[in-house]
Ligand binder design. Structure first.
Ligand code: NIG
Ligand code: FE
Length: 428
């Protein structure tokens, strides 16, 4: 084998997520994990070169002195998680708001009083690019230690041409510096900045005429996202911004129907968005329209848990009606402060009644589609990136079942071990 060769062998289960079908998984197909027992994966030059039963792979691939061999006996191997909705660049945490919420003040009220996104905007604007990079690198390390190898990362705490560009440049630099792959999203329409309070139209014009063209020209983002919500951006404003983004070649995402049933899911369908995210208040028509238009539903139970609300998105209904569903952390300092994908899988199972298999599909192959990375991530398949996680469990269902602890044994990113030597935690 070539240099940088690596073999993981004798795994109790390898969840390949392989399939011949294209596109995100739906319905019963969300139960299909493509499990290989006593499995092996061979890696060369950062790519997967073989996957199968251990004896088959060892027959196919020659091991030499330079090959790193990982014995995964009594362990389980999954593709790295794709966290397809995150806000990882920010300057300050907001634990005082957390306490206010715990004591009964709603998120929207805190936001209206100058907290929420606006407070993150104030601190971000006052922080240098270098500092933002250092802060985010630690968060990416934490994500990786929990088995995440690819993330979608949003701007949205700058809300001026200069500061939105600053955030996207930070994301670009993080992508260069850190093993995790970052897919950048422009979220200039995250909130109306304070200085435009009396001039809504002008801010929307700034996004449409200056920010989007500049972001597109400099290829700083793959996606454009918007917070389509009562009191933030309404349907008409969202349509205008998303149309401009589409005309400039950006793919679309929406924060939709999170706090109220505004109709963001339907707008996502109308605009041909890649995904509509949150969807706590989606109705049956919204589900049907998204399904027809091929929009993925990205569910963020961490934001419900983090806000302490009881309305979770109707995941069961979506899956049973044939809508493809993905999962993500929504990692941000306000509503969902966790870097951990495993805890999101636990919430998906316990709070939204997704099966453990559906939760795995939703956080690997389906989230890879939601991040526009399915060509290279989200499953263990010959030719894809060798983004693999060895879990210190004997059955994959232990991952959502044994919540709030880190069961990751090793993380392999682009064929290299980037996180190893967690103390063995054992099963049981
Ligand atoms: O996805 N919904 C809007 N944006 C974030 C919250 C951001 C914040 O509070 O800083 C979310 O939940
Ligand atoms: Fe979000």
């Amino acid at each position: 084998m070539k240099s940088d060769a690596l073999i993981i062998k004798s795994a109790r289960q390898i969840l390949t997520l392989r399939s011949d079908q294209k596109g995100p998984r739906t319905g019963e197909y969300m139960e299909d994990l493509g499990i290989i027992e006593d499995g092996a994966v061979a890696v060369s030059d950062g790519k997967i070169v073989a996957v199968g039963k251990t004896h088959e792979v060892l027959d196919q691939v020659k091991i030499d002195a330079k090959t790193k061999v990982i014995d995964a006996k009594d362990k389980v191997v999954l593709p790295g998680f794709v966290d397809c909705h995150t806000h990882p660049v920010f300057a300050a945490t907001r634990e005082a708001e957390f306490e206010m919420r715990v004591k009964g003040r709603p998120y929207q009220e805190i936001a209206a009083a100058g907290g929420g996104i606006k407070s993150s905007v104030t601190t971000l604007r006052a922080t240098s690019k270098e500092e933002l990079i250092q802060l985010a690198l630690t968060r990416l390390d934490r994500m990786m230690s929990y088995g995440t190898t690819t993330i979608e990362a949003k701007s949205g705490y700058g809300l001026s041409l200069e500061d939105e560009i600053k955030m996207l440049e930070v994301i670009k630099e993080l992508n260069r510096l850190h093993p995790i792959d970052l897919i950048p999203t422009f979220l200039g329409a995250h909130e109306l900045p304070e200085e435009y309070k009396e001039r809504r139209e002008e801010y929307i014009q700034l996004i449409v005429e200056k920010m989007i063209p500049e972001v597109a020209r400099r290829k700083l983002a793959v996606f454009c996202d918007i917070f389509c919500e009562k009191g933030v951006f309404n349907i008409e404003e969202s349509r205008k911004i998303l149309s401009a983004a589409k005309n400039h070649g950006l793919k679309l995402k929406l924060h939709a129907d999170q706090l109220t049933a505004l109709g963001g899911a339907k707008l996502a369908a109308e605009m041909g968005a890649v995904s509509a995210d949150h969807l706590e208040f989606i109705d049956d028509e919204g589900i049907e329209m998204m399904k027809q238009a091929g929009v993925i539903g990205v569910l963020l139970p961490g934001a419900c848990f983090g806000l302490g609300v009881t309305e979770y998105p109707p995941a069961r209904k979506m899956i049973d009606q044939g809508l493809p569903v993905a999962l993500a952390t929504d990692f941000n300092p306000g509503s969902s402060f966790t870097e951990s994908m495993p805890i999101i899988l636990s919430m998906a199972c316990l709070m939204m009644k997704m099966s453990p298999a559906e939760a795995v599909v939703a956080s690997t192959i389906n989230s890879a589609y939601a991040a526009d990375k399915a060509e290279e991530a989200g499953s263990i398949k010959k030719g894809k990136k060798a983004d693999l996680v060895v879990w210190n469990v004997r059955d994959y269902r232990e991952i959502p079942y044994h919540y709030g602890v880190n069961l990751v044994d090793q993380v392999i990113k682009d064929g290299k071990v980037v996180k190893a030597s967690f103390p063995p935690l054992g099963g049981g």
